[in-house]
Design a protein around this ligand. Structure first.
Ligand code: MG
Length: 236
């Protein structure tokens, strides 16, 4: 299996969390964590690039031992603990107001997912809300400029300029690394802009079809099972 080109090695690896190093019940894949630590030990920083909020991403990054910056809330928040403050790329208040106004007219829970308590740049509805109804309401409202992005874990309401690709670009500028030298790993449509930015990309097995279409490689192994053979190939 050819995971990356023979003459290419990443200078950093950008990794999605949910559905990529976890299963769809959000349970961490321990061998994947071990593999990310092997990258760090080899001097290849791990950049967590996720829809998660900063508090959760920071905790996980610390417990993994990842040293790269963090791209949180699908690019809405970019941060490294050595920076003076996070780069918050949108005000999430309007996305929250969108959810509240929507709930007056269609049957959704505007409070959304638990981690909205710490969300800084966007707002997330439960993943099982009626996506067509949400899309239809948003596109016919004063919030029609907001992007509606579904992952396996939430429906994100976000300013349209926010994406993991744009967030990762900001992080890489701070690191002084070209996107061409980055390997990205993900599972869902919110990873597409990141895959389109970087040099090489791997979609884990069980990923969304739309991500598989833009990936350099689609893993034959589900979710976290991808990491051991992938990291073996990078370090060989
Ligand atoms: Mg994911």
């Amino acid at each position: 299996m050819q995971w990356i080109p023979d003459d290419w090695k990443p200078k950093a690896v950008a990794v999605d969390i949910d559905g990529t190093i976890t299963d769809y019940n959000k349970k961490l894949h321990l061998e994947a964590i071990d593999s990310l630590r092997r990258l760090e030990e080899a001097g290849i920083p791990v950049i967590l690039a996720t829809g998660n909020v900063r508090a959760i991403t920071y905790g996980l990054s610390r417990f993994i031992g990842a040293t790269g910056p963090m791209v949180c809330e699908n690019g809405g928040v970019v941060w490294h603990p050595t920076w003076d403050e996070p780069i918050v790329r949108a005000d999430g208040a309007r996305a929250r107001k969108c959810a509240q106004d929507m709930a007056k007219e269609i049957d959704i829970d505007p409070e959304g997912i638990t981690t909205n308590a710490w969300r800084e740049s966007e707002w997330c509805l439960f993943k099982d809300e009626d996506l067509d109804a949400v899309n239809n309401w948003v596109s016919n409202s004063e919030y029609s400029d907001l992007a509606v992005v579904k992952t396996g874990f939430a429906i994100h309401l976000m300013e349209p300029h926010l994406s993991k690709g744009e967030g990762l670009r900001v992080a890489l500028e701070k690191m002084g690394i070209s996107p061409d030298d980055i390997l990205a790993v993900g599972d869902a449509p919110n990873d597409i802009p990141m895959f389109e930015l970087v040099g090489q990309s791997v979609a884990v097995g069980g990923c969304f079809d739309s991500l598989a279409e833009v990936a350099s490689v689609v893993s034959p192994y589900p979710h976290g099972d991808t990491f051991k053979p992938l990291v073996d190939a990078i370090l060989s």
